[in-house]
Structure formats: structure tokens, C-alpha cells
Design a protein around this ligand. Sequence first.
Ligand SMILES: [Zn+2]
Length: 215
Amino acid sequence: MKQELLETVSINYDPRPELIGAASYFHAQGWMLGTAGNLSAKMPDNSFWITASGKSKGKLTHDDFVRVYSDGSVEAPRTASIKPSAETSIHSCIYELFPEAQACYHVHSVDANLVSHFVDGDELPLPPLEMIKGLGVWEENPNCIMPLFDNHFKVPQIADDIKTRFLAQKPQIPALLIRNHGVTVWANSLETARNYIEITEFVFRYIVAAKKAGI
Ligand SMILES: [Zn+2]
């Protein structure tokens, strides 16, 4: 492919159809009910498209997204009153900490909320399931933990906590859990981010089932 063509492809890149598809799928799983959760995808200029605040995630349209630039400015297509997700500061923080990340997905599920109560500290131990390999941990019986953060009414406070902790120590897996709230993942493609959400939700479901079964 010629360089000019590559540049045209990247200028014309629009991740919104894939984000709409992912939101619709997550909504169908019960992980993005009502207006909960937010999905974003990075653009070649380091800005990112993110779901707008207060939109039903089961029926998003192209106009239900805003583009956030690295200087903090926001571009909303068509509707001037549309606002970025209230949790945009977490997405900005993730893209800053992990420059290779191309997508950041965050959902709210019952199982994620339940497992966040199973430990008191700031780490959720993950069972050594085969599925963990899908998060990039290729070890026999991996000793894997998911970083756990307290929920705050002021979301930038959560973002600050994430930044402080991950600057001191990078997480083992591309995922974090906010207590009583939900999981956030990041990945080098939209498809991988979608896989990570499925894997983390599978693991949460397993932890809840194992506790119920007394395992
Ligand atoms: Zn949330």
C-alpha cells in the first residue's frame, strides 16, 4: 500500500461503528445497562472518541460520541450540548500511562460488583484459570492479581489513584477493578479490548460461582 493511501486510511479511520457494536453486545450481556459504562478508541493524532454522557448503551448512534483531544478540548459532532462520559478522566489517564493502548473499555456488571466485596485490600487474586492466558499471562498456574481501587463520587479522584499506583508499579494485566462499580480494560486494538472484557467478566462469574459452591 502506498504511503498516501495509508495516510488517507488513517485520516478516514472512524472507530465509532465498532464501538457501537461492542456497546450493543455488552448491553445484551447485562454489562452496560441503562447509561452505564463507557468505551473509547484512540485516533492516530492521540485524540480519542468516547461515548457521550447519559446515552443508552443499547442503542448508540454516531452522534452519541465526543472526541477528546490531548489538550483537554472536546469536539461534539452536530449537537453542541453533548458531553463526554463522566468517566473520561479514567480513559485519559489510561492512554497517558499506556501509550500503546488503542482502546479502553469500562463496563458495570453484577459479578464485578460482587467480587469487589470478596477482599478487603486493594488486590483481587484471580484463580489460575486457562482463560487468564487471554489477558497475556502465559504461566503455569499463574499467581495473578487484579488491582482494586476504591470508588469515589468524584471520578478524577479515581483517575488520580490509578495514576499514582501505576506510575509506582505497572499492573500485571491490562485491567483494573473499581469497588462497587466495574472493570476497566485497555488494549492495542478494539477487538482485543472486547476480548479482555469478556475474559474478565468470565473470571468474575467463575469467582462468584466458586464462592457459592464453597470451592
Ligand atoms: Zn463506571
